[in-house]
Design a protein around this ligand. Structure first.
Ligand code: PLP
Length: 424
């Protein structure tokens, strides 16, 4: 199979970072709850969680039932709207503090693309500000400075070739949590800044927690210069709080992008926010900012999202994953302290990541000191114990509603063996 896969599919996989060194030829056969299985029958407890969507666990029975039931009645018609789309818009607007309007996409990248396009259209400005270490999808304006080598930090570091230099130059890259740099940048370029886009918690480099003053400064500077503040809550929204990080921080962005856990694994994205900005999208006849997508609001995906959000509200999902997350972080910290390994177990709620650093990181620069060999090495060893934490530098791990204390017991025991072996 992998040979067959490689013959026609470049690299044998359909997305960057699915082909991970050290995994061999992994062909996935089945996924349920906290587990997946490969075609050789090997079982893994899954902490990778497909980069984040299945907050309820894989193949949640309530989500799957809603999808199956909907598929029996309705597929895509591509005209008008469905009852499900209206209910989902109402639900998201109820949950997210800043949503005066909401539109659906099929991916998070489409949502961030449209957020920046509408910001440029509304302001008539060119520049976008992003932060080193944040990832916002694959499109040109944001395809730079995610995980950069030390010599690439502080200048443009595209993650792809094929991007026009004038597009790269239209994105300013700043340091996360650096209030002074934000203020200086606005003092110099404020009149040209269309938007600031930020992962309120940069999870694409594990977990950097934001200083409250930093997010507040972004809000202040955007307001005083007429720039659009975009919170990219593709990971934080739903997973950390049903009202997103904006509810936790008490800061109201102008636009918010969402995706991943909203539909527990079915392909979805959403953009929501200020009515005056959102009403510029051409879903409103005659409005100037083109917005379209054949699969936007697909009935089966919308059914998955509604079932997911209903379950997140009805059952103690956050309580469960937060309790397990706290347990993992506390017990892993104790484990590393006992072994005398300098480590910072970071995270929030259901997310955890162990950096091999002496002190808690505040921005990407601090992560350059992470012991990559240790980070990737113990995770590769965990595979032998049937534990899957993605063996790639700085990737976070996730807990779901389907994970149990037994799973955590096994994770802790296997981690101790893997780290000891790595140290030997
Ligand atoms: N924004 C953030 C914060 C993400 O983590 C991702 C994906 O990992 C995206 C946007 C892009 O979403 P998608 O992969 O659904 O296009």
């Amino acid at each position: 199979m992998p040979e067959r896969a490689r013959r026609l599919i470049p690299g044998g996989v359909n997305s960057g970072q699915r082909n991970v060194p050290g995994l061999g030829d992994l062909v996935i056969a089945r996924a349920r709850g906290s587990r997946f299985w490969d075609t050789t029958g090997r079982e893994y407890t899954d902490y990778h969680a497909a980069f984040g969507p299945p907050l309820l666990g894989h193949a949640d029975p309530d989500v799957d039932a809603a999808v199956t039931e909907t598929a029996r009645e309705l597929d895509l018609c591509g005209v008008g709207v469905t009852e499900g789309e209206v209910r989902l818009a109402e639900t998201l607007a109820e949950l997210m503090p800043s949503f005066e309007r909401v539109l659906l996409t099929s991916t998070g990248s489409e949502a961030t693309f449209h957020a920046l396009r509408v910001a440029r259209a509304a302001t008539g400005r060119r520049l976008v500000v992003k932060f080193q270490g944040c990832y916002h999808g694959w499109h040109d304006s944001v395809s730079l400075n995610v995980i950069s080598a030390p010599d690439r930090v502080g200048r443009h570091d595209p993650i792809s070739t094929g991007i026009l230099p004038e597009v790269l130059e239209s994105t300013l890259v700043l340091r996360f949590n650096d209030v002074a740099q934000v203020r200086e940048t606005f003092a110099t370029h404020g009149a040209d800044i269309a938007a600031v886009i930020v992962e309120p918690v940069p999870h694409n480099v594990g977990c950097l927690l934001p200083d409250q003053e930093f997010l507040a400064a972004l809000r202040e500077e955007c307001t005083s210069h007429g720039s659009v503040l975009v919170f990219d809550e593709v990971i934080t929204g739903v997973r950390h709080d049903l009202g997103g990080w904006q509810r936790i921080a008490g800061i109201r962005p102008d636009l918010t992008t969402m995706g991943k856990a909203i539909a527990n694994g079915y392909p979805i994205g959403a953009i929501g926010g200020r009515a005056d900005l959102m009403d510029l999208f051409s879903s409103r006849p005659g409005a100037p900012v083109f917005f379209a997508g054949t699969y936007n609001g697909h009935p089966a995906v919308v059914a998955a999202a509604l079932a997911t959000l209903d379950k997140l509200r009805a059952e103690p999902v956050h309580e469960h994953v937060f309790r397990l997350g706290e347990r993992v972080r506390t017990e892993l910290s104790a484990l590393y302290a006992g072994l005398g390994v300098p480590a910072v177990v970071a995270g929030y709620g259901s997310v955890f990541v162990t950096y091999f650093l002496a002190k808690a990181p505040r921005s990407y620069d601090d992560l350059l000191a992470n012991d990559t060999g240790m980070f990737v090495g113990y995770r590769r060893r965990l595979l032998d114990h049937g534990i899957f934490e993605l063996p790639l530098n700085l990737k976070r791990s996730h807990l779901s509603y389907a994970h149990t204390d037994d799973d955590v017991d096994r994770l802790l025991a296997a981690t101790e063996i893997a780290v000891r072996a790595q140290l030997a």
